[in-house]
Design a protein around this ligand. Structure first.
Ligand SMILES: [Zn+2]
Ligand SMILES: [Zn+2]
Length: 182
């Protein structure tokens, strides 16, 4: 998307998103500072890009502001009781970039001794860590009575009654949920 910035000479220039924070030269010779993307979006009347639900959850958890409700999400009764739901959204995983042994051996047969040994002994790169652990203990406002009756299969439904958690579960539909107790 392009944004418009106006030079002192009155000329309006269109700049791409990627130009945010840099400078641009107008036909009149003046150098214009292109504002940050946030500022460009604000001037264009666009809202700020929404924060990812995972980051929002992390920030609120860190600030001790969860749960936000003061009533049981299941029956609506006012309560200060809450349960914790372990929510495993994703796990960091390790990719091993080493070539499998058989591929190397096969490469050796195919390409003759010299290249073969090169493939066989080929450089062994370090394994790379991808993604990151996103595992949360989400506090959920559930009254004592409802907590007694809560079974793991309605945990997802109970969490989804909190809009923030619902967004999180939409983003990570394969999240693994389990009850951590009170
Ligand atoms: Zn100009
Ligand atoms: Zn309840």
């Amino acid at each position: 998307m392009e944004y418009q910035i106006r030079c002192e000479c009155g000329h309006v220039m269109a700049v791409p998103e990627s130009a945010a924070g840099t400078s641009a030269r107008c036909g009149c010779g003046r150098t214009l500072v292109v504002p940050s993307l946030r500022e460009l979006r604000r001037r264009a009347g666009l809202s700020e890009p929404p924060l990812s639900p995972a980051l929002e959850v992390e920030a609120l958890l860190y600030a001790g502001r969860l749960p936000e409700e003061d009533h049981c999400v299941l029956c609506g009764a006012v309560t200060d009781h809450c349960i914790y739901c372990r929510t495993e959204c994703e796990r960091a995983y390790v990719t091993d970039s080493k070539m499998p042994f058989l591929v190397r051996l096969f490469g050796g047969f195919l390409s003759g001794i010299t290249f073969g040994w090169y493939v066989f002994l080929g450089d062994e790169r370090e394994p790379t860590v991808c993604g990151q652990d996103r595992v949360y203990a989400l506090p959920l406002r559930v009254c004592n009575e409802c907590a007694q009756a809560l079974s793991p299969d309605i945990l997802c439904d109970a969490l989804s009654r909190v809009p923030l958690y619902e967004r999180l579960l939409k983003k990570y539909p394969h999240a693994i949920l389990s009850l951590l107790g009170n």
